[in-house]
Design a protein around this ligand. Sequence first.
Ligand SMILES: [Zn+2]
Length: 248
Amino acid sequence: MAYDTGILFREDSYLKEINATVLAINDRGGIVTDQTVFYATSGGQPGDTGVFVRDSGSTVNIAATITGETKEEIIHIPAADQPSVTVGETLMLRIDWDRRYKLMRMHTACHLLSVVCPFPITGAAVSEDDSRVDFDLPDAGVTKEDITRKMMELVEANHPIFTRWITDEELAANPGLIKSKNVRPPSGTGRIRLVCIGENASVDSQPCGGTHVATTGEVGTIHIGKIEKKGKENRRFRIRFGALPEGV
Ligand SMILES: [Zn+2]
């Protein structure tokens, strides 16, 4: 059976820890709790790592977080040789916040890139110090200096970022919201989470289940490290933290 985990990062991506009760342990040792702040790998964003603190004070290191049979079931994967927990046990779940915050900044930077590069997205992957977004774009016709400058204008404008939920019908009536060429947002659950940038979503809105920072300013200084050709029709943009190196 699939469990429904209370997924707290959807409403507040800044929650670092929460108390939870163990609902189940699967045959590979994965731990399901009644609620969690751990993001599960999805949509190009890696799942959280962190630690579970037991009442005794001993800890269980969590190496990965994934979804189970449904997107509502979240499974925490302990690192090797950790103590086992028991069903019904209460734990304090704490994510590796430094890592998650970098992932939130990087993931948000991917949204900014999709605003300044309004082409269909064919793939994306976020990591702690580097992210990539692939566009269906036969001829780049843009430079990393131009794209970096436009992304930094959005960062410096410090636009608010917020989420709102819409219905499947509202999404069907606004097909322009979907930027991914191959990946359709999950529909059929009745509601879709939109990530909006700017007052009244004036800069952007798109379906996304990931974690983001609250303002574009929090992304900080970023640059396009590389624009690579990936096959005839694709260009891969790499985003990195820090300023564009001079004279490269
Ligand atoms: Zn997102």
